[in-house]
Design a protein around this ligand. Structure first.
Ligand SMILES: [Cu+2]
Length: 194
């Protein structure tokens, strides 16, 4: 990984998440958020959560990122298999490949999705998300909040053609494959696995 990319990655306030307001994310972009202190967990507790977020061998060789109190991501363990595991929101442990990481960074900075395919494991499920507003931070009566169990995500601009073949309704059925954030630059395929 090039140094510049790695640095940008480590300074990311909270990959993919729904923590912090959209405005705060837009203002901070790649800078740690000094205005609020983030909830942190020990590296050991984090490892236990991440271990079950992906198949054992994916986790075993992955780079592990933990969030510092200032919101920056620090490397707990440097991996060698191309995967990165983290739980920036504290409730959504995940492991992403390189394309998945680039997509997450694009999302956080409100930038264009990379012209790639990315893959993200979330085998412990998520804590819920608006299916229509990528930057919603909690359920409202009209933001189509949906909670999905164990799943994988196909992300990136290259996933668009594939996503066209799956349900794009604002009201998702999370027991079947569906498109999250349809019609936004961050639309992606959600694939429940049990
Ligand atoms: Cu997910």
């Amino acid at each position: 990984m090039r140094r510049s990319l790695q640095t940008a990655l480590l300074l990311a306030p909270a990959a993919f998440i729904l923590a912090g307001s959209a405005t705060a994310l837009a203002q901070n972009k790649a800078m740690p958020d000094k205005s609020m202190s983030h909830k942190t967990i020990s590296d050991k507790a984090l490892m236990a959560k991440l271990q079950k977020a992906a198949p054992p061998n994916v986790f075993k060789g992955a780079t592990i990122l933990n969030m510092a109190p200032d919101g920056s991501m620090k490397v707990v363990r440097k991996g060698d298999n191309g995967w990165t595991c983290m739980d920036p929101s504290g409730t959504d442990p995940m492991c992403a490949d390189q394309g998945g990481m680039e997509w997450g960074q694009a999302y956080m900075s409100h930038g264009a999705a990379p012209q790639k395919l990315g893959f993200i494991y979330m085998l412990r499920g998520d804590n819920g998300a608006s299916n229509t507003d990528p930057f919603a931070t909690g359920p409202t009566k009209d933001n189509n909040w949906v909670k999905t169990g164990a799943h994988v995500m196909i992300v990136g601009a290259e996933a668009k053609g594939m996503a066209a073949n799956y349900p794009r309704s604002p009201k998702a059925d999370p027991t079947m494959p569906y498109v999250m954030w349809a019609g936004t630059p961050y639309e992606h395929l959600m694939l429940p696995i049990r």
